[in-house]
Design a protein around this ligand. Sequence first.
Ligand SMILES: C[S@@+](CC[C@H](N)C(=O)[O-])C[C@H]1O[C@@H](n2cnc3c(N)ncnc32)[C@H](O)[C@@H]1O
Length: 261
Amino acid sequence: MRRHCANPDGPLLAAAALYRAAGRFAYHFARGKLRGDPIYRELLRGGLLQDRPSILDLGCGQGLIAACLLTAADCERRGLWPGAWAAPPRPTSLRGIELRPRAVVRARRALGERFEVQLGDICAADFGRPDAVLILDVMQYLEPDSQRSVLRRAREVLPEHGVILMRVGDAHAGWRFHCTRFADQCVLAMRGQWSFRQHCRSVADWRALLADCGFASEIRPMSAGTPFANVLIVATPRPALNRLPPSPRPAPAPAPHPAAG
Ligand SMILES: C[S@@+](CC[C@H](N)C(=O)[O-])C[C@H]1O[C@@H](n2cnc3c(N)ncnc32)[C@H](O)[C@@H]1O
């Protein structure tokens, strides 16, 4: 029988607790980010990753979403899963690719072998055969050509029932977008990456790019409780044109009625 609790922070705190093994910074960062940023709660609550056995997190940082996914089923067993949420996801394969060695070390210390995190560049690394690809707050760090190529490669490896969950800032969202960009720039500065240029787009542009790369998409606001202009884009593969059944031949013109003329 499923046991439930009403505290929506329960599963997030359980995920954060894994980072005690990775040091004080990793733990406090995880705790603050998991509770303060709505994306993690929404991904768990909304069932978007249910029935996705193999999940690939591109630009995974220290693996926060993997930590949530790894602890979800256990939270349900312990009565920490809110009753109003969708059933917890139960992935069987969790992989991440991350550029920063320190974040990779933290992910490995906290999550061990249950999360296969690779130190590498998502513009070059092999994606394998995932059912779901996560790209959360990463796309703006890639050059426009690389943004396109990452999405094209994701389209090639995803099955027809696959999904991309991509969070981006909406460059047409006025002052909220400036807050988003400023916060990102501060994080880059703290990491000593002052000169890193961001390549942002409006949500309409992101969706046009996704369409061009073979995806249908819908959007969900993802900044609740923050001053930011973040949006979650849920993108699913459109059938490749060459896999569509041939278009039906135009129906032959009806024979003239014998009584006509
Ligand atoms: C804002 S953080 C988001 C981390 C994670 N996606 C999350 O939501 O918790 C962006 C991450 O993308 C990583 N990143 C940026 N460009 C990358 C690239 N080309 N390949 C791999 N990781 C990249 C950064 O190192 C950073 O950890």
